[in-house]
Design a protein around this ligand. Sequence first.
Ligand SMILES: *[C@@H]1O[C@H](CO)[C@@H](O)[C@H](O)[C@H]1NC(C)=O
Ligand SMILES: *[C@@H]1O[C@H](CO)[C@@H](O)[C@H](O)[C@H]1NC(C)=O
Ligand SMILES: *[C@@H]1O[C@H](CO)[C@@H](O)[C@H](O)[C@H]1NC(C)=O
Ligand SMILES: *[C@@H]1O[C@H](CO)[C@@H](O)[C@H](O)[C@H]1NC(C)=O
Ligand SMILES: *[C@@H]1O[C@H](CO)[C@@H](O)[C@H](O)[C@H]1NC(C)=O
Length: 175
Amino acid sequence: MGLQIMLLLLFLFLLHLPTTIVAAPPPSNLTVYNYLSVQGPNSTSGYNTVQCGVPSSPQNNTFAQTFCFDMPLLSRPDLDSKLLGKVQGSYVFVSLSGGTLLVSESFTINNTINQGTFTGVGLEEIGQVSSKPITGGTDDFAFVSGVAITTPLSNGTDSNGNYYAWFMYQFIFDN
Ligand SMILES: *[C@@H]1O[C@H](CO)[C@@H](O)[C@H](O)[C@H]1NC(C)=O
Ligand SMILES: *[C@@H]1O[C@H](CO)[C@@H](O)[C@H](O)[C@H]1NC(C)=O
Ligand SMILES: *[C@@H]1O[C@H](CO)[C@@H](O)[C@H](O)[C@H]1NC(C)=O
Ligand SMILES: *[C@@H]1O[C@H](CO)[C@@H](O)[C@H](O)[C@H]1NC(C)=O
Ligand SMILES: *[C@@H]1O[C@H](CO)[C@@H](O)[C@H](O)[C@H]1NC(C)=O
């Protein structure tokens, strides 16, 4: 009886131990694909990005408009491919003459090898290959630095009227 209770207590104790996390070294590089989908004027579904700020009066070239996003990071430019993480943040139109965004984003990686987060903040030229510095991070990406290169691949309008675009993200880590 005493033994049974002790075994039961041991079992309950083991059940509540946190899963052991073994840190893996950060990779030297990582390539993922992200899907941007901006809510269309009449859309109620299928988007991951919405306008979350406007200037107090309308400006030329969408200057000062702000968008917030929560996008999946995938193994291929295909929504049915393997989910490797997410990227969450915002972008602001910061050029009076248009064409430039200031992007502030946090990447969460959860693939079979690495878990953790790192941050990218920098300018993106719409429709062009752009780089921004990586500062990090947490867990496997603690103290990483590097460059995040984003390449636009394709874009269009989905059946809900959302504007969508595929990008490739290459993370080059300095380790
Ligand atoms: C990228 O990382 C892979 C291993 O994950 C490695 O084989 C490859 O050489 C790396 N490429 C560059 C350009 O560092
Ligand atoms: C959105 O809905 C309004 C009202 O039905 C319509 O006038 C407008 O053309 C629609 N816009 C788009 C982009 O479908
Ligand atoms: C906005 O565009 C108008 C018309 O081209 C121009 O006169 C005005 O100076 C622009 N405003 C700013 C802040 O650049
Ligand atoms: C990471 O991925 C694993 C396997 O897909 C999943 O069980 C776990 O909940 C994920 N962790 C987070 C924080 O999303
Ligand atoms: C959208 O795709 C077209 C080609 O289909 C391309 O010319 C254009 O530059 C792309 N726009 C952006 C913002 O990437």
